[in-house]
Ligand binder design. Structure first.
Ligand code: NAD
Ligand code: LMR
Length: 342
């Protein structure tokens, strides 16, 4: 009894130090998940229900949300869960949201690129962002729907047209690339995975995903150049590895839900004023000549507090950076053109 009391007290202290102070010390926070009944949406909704920083959890989809919301709502954690379904409930789902997470849209099948999803997902994202501009223009938007390299610029243009664009509040979620880079590096370098940090910059598709293993911590002297090349390629192809393993049944959902929950948690901590919250994300940027770019970002009370630079790159990474710019530029332009032309 005494030891379990000591354990829970020390857990509370640990949490309060890292941004999970008792719920009375944290402001009320509403999180909305759009696409909540999907492969990512369901486990992500579960993880957000478990997050002590969330007081209200709004689950929206075009179908299936009543069941998901009823199910998740039975979990004995503080967040109050409500399900919303169909266009006419979207406004209510969004009203008052602090963070909106968007995993709505179709996933890849083997043989497809993320850009092959553009035709369907661009329209979905545009419609959802139009509603966000109307119902919760101040929310932080966490874009998961692919192709992220284009859906983030689409969202930016929709918000600009509506007069609500704030570049500090729009994020392409690239956390899964970081999650993969950490896991693959730890396995190869033989270091504890929970201690690993690896920045991943650029974008979120193929060669635009550029892990900076030269900056990985803990540093490893045991990795050869071939090892680094192989780790880079595996990180870039991580999504395809899952798509092929699922053999037509979709793309990463569980690891993505984890990554989405990690990033949303960082956004909430930033909003709540927890200092030194840094995650990689695809944001409006001046780090390169491209208007959007993923790099480390410091999160704060208004969203992006600071977009951090790339640091020192190895020659291999410098080459990777130059190689990705063409593809990333055209994906960004494709998104902007779609938003303008429609
Ligand atoms: N950023 C990343 O790292 C990352 C990782 C994995 C998957 N993804 C992307 O996430 C998206 C979702 O993947 P999934 O596996 O969950 O797909 P899924 O098909 O399992 O789920 C998508 C959900 O979106 C819903 N939806 C469709 N149109 C909608 C709309 N207008 N409003 C609200 N909801 C709508 C569907 O009903 C469905 O429930 C895909 O585009 C996928 O490529 C991104
Ligand atoms: O690969 C995909 O299509 C989904 C996602 O972008 C991923 O990286 O897993």
């Amino acid at each position: 009894m005494r030891s379990s009391l000591l354990k829970s007290t020390s857990e509370l202290l640990r949490r309060s130090r890292r941004g999970y102070a008792s719920s009375s010390a944290n402001p009320e926070r509403k999180v909305a998940v759009l696409g909540a009944a999907g492969g990512i949406g369901q486990p992500l909704s579960l993880l957000m229900k478990l997050n002590p920083l969330v007081s209200s959890l709004s689950l929206y989809d075009i179908a299936g949300t009543p069941g998901v919301a009823a199910d998740v709502s039975h979990i004995n954690s503080p967040a109050l869960v409500k399900g919303f379904m169909g266009d006419d409930q979207l406004g209510e789902a969004l009203e008052g949201s602090d963070v909106v997470i968007i995993p709505a849209g179709v996933p890849r099948k083997p043989g497809m690129t993320r850009d092959d999803l553009f035709n369907i997902n661009a329209g979905i994202v545009k419609a959802l962002c139009t509603a966000i501009a109307k119902h919760c223009p101040n929310a932080l938007v966490n874009m998961i729907s692919n192709p992220v390299n284009s859906t983030v610029p689409i969202a930016a243009e929709v918000f600009k047209k509506a007069g609500t664009y704030d570049e500090k509040k729009l994020f392409g979620v690239t956390t899964l690339d970081v999650v993969r880079a950490k896991t693959f590096y730890a396995g190869k370098a033989g270091v504890p995975v929970t201690e690993v940090n690896v920045p991943v910059v650029g974008g979120h598709a193929g060669i635009t995903i550029l892990p900076l293993f030269s900056q990985a911590t803990p540093a490893s002297n045991s990795l050869s150049h071939q090892d680094i090349e192989a780790l880079t390629k595996r990180t870039q192809d991580g999504g395809t590895e899952v798509v092929e393993a699922k053999a037509g049944k979709g793309s990463a959902t569980l690891s993505m839900a984890y990554a989405g929950a990690v990033f949303a948690d960082a956004c909430l901590k930033g909003l709540n004023g927890v200092p030194d919250i840094v995650e990689c994300s695809f944001v409006q940027s001046t780090v390169t000549e491209l208007p959007f770019f993923a790099s480390k970002v410091r999160l704060g009370k208004n969203g992006v507090e600071e977009v951090l630079g790339l640091g020192e790159l190895s020659d291999f990474e410098k080459k990777g950076l130059e190689n990705l710019k063409g593809e990333l530029k055209s994906s960004i332009e494709k998104g902007v053109k779609f938003a303008y032309g429609n």
